[in-house]
Design a protein around this ligand. Structure first.
Ligand code: ARG
Length: 585
């Protein structure tokens, strides 16, 4: 049997193919096959209703015609029924489930099955992208965690991904920073903790400029000198950025993030003239009070709220570099898609940017990539306010990750007495980080989320520890039986799936494909998280109902096959989210 990876998509295609034979206009018909509520089977086609309604036809008639036209390849694999006003329900037969499980037996096979419309495309993903000369704090976490999961999902679906760290390294703050650097640098502090020293210098420069207009003027001069290429200022600027990136790298290493390119705002500083010229030539940009701006007359707010692409004093800004960046990503990377991951406060900026890019590219006949702004909400403390240290300070990311590890160690110490101390430490490092990542990835990114240690580092509920433990437990089943997951000899000996618990688990496993598709199409990793959580629950149900270590070798073999595939999909899914997994916990 030739099995498709995504059974829902396969059924969708089958229905579309028989539509003409059933008397439908295939062009006006979308089958809309989705994972069904378990009471209705595995998959349900809802598309007949809309089709019939639009044409004032009887949906049940149409559903019957479609079902009658289905080929044996479908009816041999599914029990097909019509329900309600015209839903078509499909329940996979055990033989189909077994074939799927046999076919998709490695991560590589899962991946080659997963190819979607994005296969072969190039996607530039702009994430993390912090401003330099500052430490990363808790607010920087979401972009990294969500961005990396999106990169992995896109790659799994066959896209080539360019990970681009679009750092903010050309901001106006450099004027004050350079002013203070030249007068108040403490070389010893620079050597031990450069970021703290830059922050100290910046604050110092800022308050000096506030107190004394002469200082304000001097720091403006420093900025002008930097922007016009003064060698001394460029050298200081470069030193600051290099030291910042070195510090960021430690966090990226911990999170397993590897950027392909780091092309920050400064990279585009020589490319802005072309942006001014082209946008003016195509009539999008206009002068307004000395500035160069773009209005969008069709938009309720942006018809009066300008997108400022050159300020009154002639300086470029965030909008200018982002316009140049979009063009560069098209011309240099041949991007089919561009994703930028930031918090929701930049929603207006990206809406204006993308509106502008669409019109600009259309006027110049440039190919338009798919433009996505992946937004996320704020992280708050349990009081609903911005997350702070006890004395009201900003929580540094490195401190937060250290605390996660310490708390995870306490959890590991509580339960795993037979594991040597050194290994416990290593397990805690994985669990701590994974808990922080997963707390973020298990929520719909559009919502704010409450950072609560006790909820996040726990074996109960939809948490990383729960899922990592589920995986470790399957490893231990294999260890106890002296078996290897995916062992070919065992799997050939497996008899057909039979018990309700075996079948329920198999039904959940084949729906991995749907979860991947949903998470990738919507760029929302929480759909995958939710699926993995449900899968772990289904596995527990199976393990409680059906003993694996039975005497009958064929029954034992098929249960081991289910254990092996659960493990494979659980680990593949967790890796796609950016988490490392464990064999013991
Ligand atoms: N540096 C910006 C910030 O810290 C984020 C940059 C996002 N990427 C972009 N192309 N604008 O808010």
């Amino acid at each position: 049997m030739n099995v498709a990876f995504n059974l829902a998509a396969d059924l969708d295609a089958a229905l579309l193919a028989v539509a003409p034979a059933a008397g439908l206009e295939a062009s006006g018909f979308a089958p809309e096959v989705r994972t069904a509520d378990a009471r209705h089977g595995d998959y349900q086609a809802n598309g007949v209703l809309g089709y019939a309604k639009a044409r004032k036809l009887n949906p049940r008639d149409i559903a019957e015609k479609l079902v009658a036209a289905l080929p044996a390849s479908v009816t041999d694999s599914y029990n097909v029924t019509i329900a309600g006003p015209g839903f078509i329900n499909f329940t996979a037969k055990p033989s189909l489930l077994a074939s799927w499980l046999r076919t998709f037996d490695t991560t590589a096979h899962l991946r080659s099955g997963a190819g979607t419309a994005k296969s072969g495309q190039t996607w530039v993903v702009d994430y993390s992208s912090p401003n330099t000369a500052k430490q990363m704090h808790v607010g920087h976490l979401r972009s990294m965690v969500i961005g990396e999961a999106i990169c992995r999902l896109l790659e799994f679906n066959g896209a080539k991904v360019v990970r681009d760290n679009h750092i903010g390294d050309w901001g106006t703050g450099f004027g004050m920073l350079i002013w203070a650097y030249k007068r108040h640098l403490d070389p010893a502090k620079l050597a031990t903790d450069p970021l703290e020293e830059f922050e100290r210098l910046y604050t110092l420069g800022q308050s000096a400029a506030k107190a004394d207009p002469a200082v304000l003027d001097e720091s403006r001069q420093e900025l002008v000198k930097l922007q016009s290429g003064d060698a001394d200022n460029l050298a200081i600027w470069k030193k600051i950025n290099d030291a910042t990136l070195e510090a960021f790298q430690q966090i990226y290493d911990r999170l397993g993030i590897k950027f392909d390119v780091t092309l920050g705002e400064s990279f585009y500083r020589d490319q802005v003239d072309r942006v001014y010229r082209e946008l003016t030539e195509v009539g999008l940009a206009q002068e307004s009070q000395g500035a160069l701006v773009v209005f969008h007359p069709e938009h309720p707010r942006f018809k009066t709220q300008p997108f400022i692409m050159r300020k009154g004093d002639g300086a470029s800004n965030y909008a200018t570099t982002d316009l140049a960046t979009a063009l560069y990503r098209l011309e240099h990377f041949h991007a089919d898609g561009i994703v930028v991951v930031t918090d929701f406060r930049q929603a207006d900026h990206f809406e204006q940017l993308y509106l502008t890019v669409r019109k600009w590219f259309a006027e110049r006949h440039y190919r338009l990539p798919e433009l996505q702004h992946v937004m996320f909400g704020t992280v708050t403390g349990e009081d609903g306010k911005a997350l702070r240290t006890r004395d009201g300070g900003i929580i540094k990311l490195k401190d937060l990750l250290a605390e996660a590890e310490a708390r995870a160690l306490a959890l590991v110490n509580e339960r795993s007495s037979d594991i040597p101390a050194e290994e416990k430490q290593a397990i805690a490092a994985v669990v701590g980080l994974a808990s922080v990542q997963y707390a973020d990835l298990s929520q719909n990114r559009s919502s704010d989320y409450v950072f609560a240690w006790d909820k996040m580092i726990s074996l109960e509920g939809n948490t990383a520890a729960y899922l990592l433990y589920a995986g470790a437990r399957i490893h231990s089943i294999f260890r106890k039986l002296g078996a290897t997951p995916g062992d070919a000899a065992t799997e050939t000996a497996a008899s057909p799936l039979e018990t309700p618990a075996e079948l329920a688990l198999a039904r959940k496993l084949v729906k991995f494909a749907d979860a991947i598709r949903l998470a990738t199409d919507t760029l929302r990793p929480h759909f995958l998280s939710l699926y993995l959580y449900e899968l772990a629950g289904e596995f527990s149900g199976f393990y409680a109902a059906d003993k694996v270590a039975v005497d009958d070798p064929a029954v034992r073999a098929r249960r081991l096959l289910l254990c092996a595939r659960t493990l494979l999909i659980l680990e593949t899914g967790l890796n796609l989210l950016g988490l490392r997994t464990l064999t013991r916990m």
